[in-house]
Design a protein around this ligand. Structure first.
Ligand SMILES: *Cc1c(COP(=O)(O)O)cnc(C)c1O
Length: 496
């Protein structure tokens, strides 16, 4: 099957997956989608007899058809190697009667590594075979975890640079240090006075700014995205849904063909959308449960069919889910609409101009058939961390705890249930420690890490504890209207 990609808002211009990966976001502001994904199927029986790397090759080969088998194999080999602290890559472990899919064993201790160790490799291949030899500047807004994962993935990859903006004061100590201490000759990092949505909105505007694009093109540089809107980010995440299923089959918990449910702590809707792609490709998925924190715009959307971003932004203890506009949702609504680009364009225009849109009854019905939802505020999140440690002896981070809290409340429909665990608890030591009932006032991130180790008799990952002695290299903080100039300066410096 040939996978051709086009914008969610206009089907006329199609391109190969390599071009879609290089381009990032469509020129009209839409996201790249592929129509025949529902016809493609992967061999489930084969997947249930193999491990992560083979499944990654199958899934990537299916969704990115213009990459050769050798190209895919080399990318998989490089992305899922020694930088992971387990050969299983994403091990499945029991949590009470349910399962925890541990997605945080990569270099930055958060699930975004699964995709961001892969994306630069895909881009590098695409750049040599389908690109025009231009340098690629990756431009990313981050609520914390993406930024570091992008920096780590792209650092010193030839022909690429990476610029990351994070909301200053709205990421944890350790998250900030992870970014500002990043090594590499092709990286640029700045804090933004504003929240994540401000940063993301401005990044989108820069992508659409013809003057900036023109000046960069003259200097031999194109902008691209590492945000979860990039096809090359989304596709690698599909693998672990299949692999989780395979692990359950290999352990004798389920038989091939039996449905299972997934509960996904959700922000920009990339992770859970990958689960929907897995389902479209033939994975027996019962329900995809979308778990939100106090920023519960998706809970309301799935319940009512109205997406309304006109609401208060809450800063929570699960900051990577503090999002009011979940970009990847546009792809889901596209598929649920049966591929109606005009309709999607009108919904997105409503969202941009009025701040809300309402899907048709037919779309809502399909949405509710596949998806469940729920939300947990910070108190419920803390109570879940405490109960999960005290009763089950499992230490989970604040994002995972939102998922677990929602799953615990969700009616059990009689299937095996997998909760995605998206970060190491040590990435959010202070909030985890506080949730366990300890006074953290006056303690910095590292003191919290030490205390958490002593208390739980577990060990902080070296990638985090080692930041203690790392040098801060990137200290810039700027206003939203200075971001464009920052990007141009970074390109000039890096690609000089
Ligand atoms: C990014 C992130 C999420 C949310 O994932 P989306 O793909 O944006 O929905 C959840 N947890 C953690 C730790 C993250 O970094």
């Amino acid at each position: 099957m040939e996978t051709l990609y086009h914008s969610t808002r206009d089907a006329r211009d199609t391109m190969s997956s390599k071009q879609a990966i290089l381009t990032g976001i469509a020129p009209d502001g839409g996201l790249f989608v592929c129509d025949n994904i529902t016809q493609a199927t992967v061999d489930l029986a084969a997947i249930c007899a193999q491990e992560y790397h083979a499944t990654a090759r199958d899934v990537l080969g299916t969704l990115l058809s213009d990459f050769t088998a050798d190209e895919i194999a080399a990318c998989v080999e490089g992305a899922y190697g020694e930088q992971w602290d387990t050969k299983a890559i994403t091990p499945l472990t029991p949590i009470g009667a349910d399962w925890l899919l541990e997605l945080y064993h990569g270099p930055t201790c958060a699930f975004k590594d699964v995709a961001l160790q892969m994306l630069p490799r895909l881009m590098s291949v695409a750049r040599t075979s389908a690109g025009d030899g231009k340098n690629v500047m990756i431009l990313t807004a981050t609520s914390g975890d993406t930024g570091k994962a992008a920096l780590e993935g792209f650092a010193d990859v030839a022909g690429t640079g990476v610029t990351v903006f994070y909301p200053d004061g709205k990421v944890s100590d350790v998250q900030r240090l992870q970014m500002v201490c990043q090594r590499g000759g092709n990286v640029a990092v700045a804090g933004i006075r504003g929240n994540f949505d401000d940063a993301q909105t401005e990044v989108k505007r820069i992508f659409a700014d013809d003057a900036i694009r023109g000046r960069l093109a003259d200097a031999g540089c194109v902008l691209s995205s590492a945000n979860s809107i990039n096809v090359g980010r989304l596709v690698p995440q599909v693998t672990y849904y299949f692999d989780a299923y395979s692990q359950l089959v290999r352990s004798g918990t389920i038989t091939v063909g039996e449905q299972i449910d997934f509960c996904v702590p959700t922000g920009n809707f990339g992770d859970v959308l990958a689960g929907y792609y897995a389902k479209l490709l033939g994975l027996p998925v019962g329900r995809l449960i979308v778990a939100s924190n106090a920023n519960n715009v998706l809970t309301d959307f799935i319940t009512t069919g109205t997406y309304d971003r006109r609401r208060t932004f809450h800063k929570t203890i699960s900051p990577s889910m503090d999002i009011l506009v979940s970009s990847n949702l546009e792809r889901l609504v596209y598929y649920l609409s049966g591929g109606d680009c005009e309709l999607i364009a009108s919904y997105m225009a409503d969202l941009a101009n009025k701040g809300h849109y309402t899907v048709s009854p037919a779309i809502l019905e399909k949405l509710q058939a596949d998806f469940g939802c729920g939300c947990a505020d910070d108190d419920a999140t803390r109570a879940t961390i405490r109960a999960t440690w005290n009763e089950l002896g499992v230490l989970i981070d604040t994002h995972t705890a939102v998922g677990k809290a929602v799953l615990d409340e969700y009616p059990n429909e009689g299937r095996q249930r997998v909760c995605l665990s998206t970060a190491s608890p040590y990435k959010f030591s202070a909030d985890v420690l506080a949730a366990l009932g300890h006074d953290v006032s006056g303690l910095d991130g590292f003191a919290c890490m030490d205390k958490l180790e002593a208390l739980t008799n577990t060990t902080a990952p070296e990638q985090l504890s080692g930041l203690r002695s790392a040098a801060e290299r990137h200290t810039a903080v700027c206003d939203r209207d200075e971001m464009g100039a920052f990007v141009e300066d970074a390109c000039a410096r890096i690609f000089a």
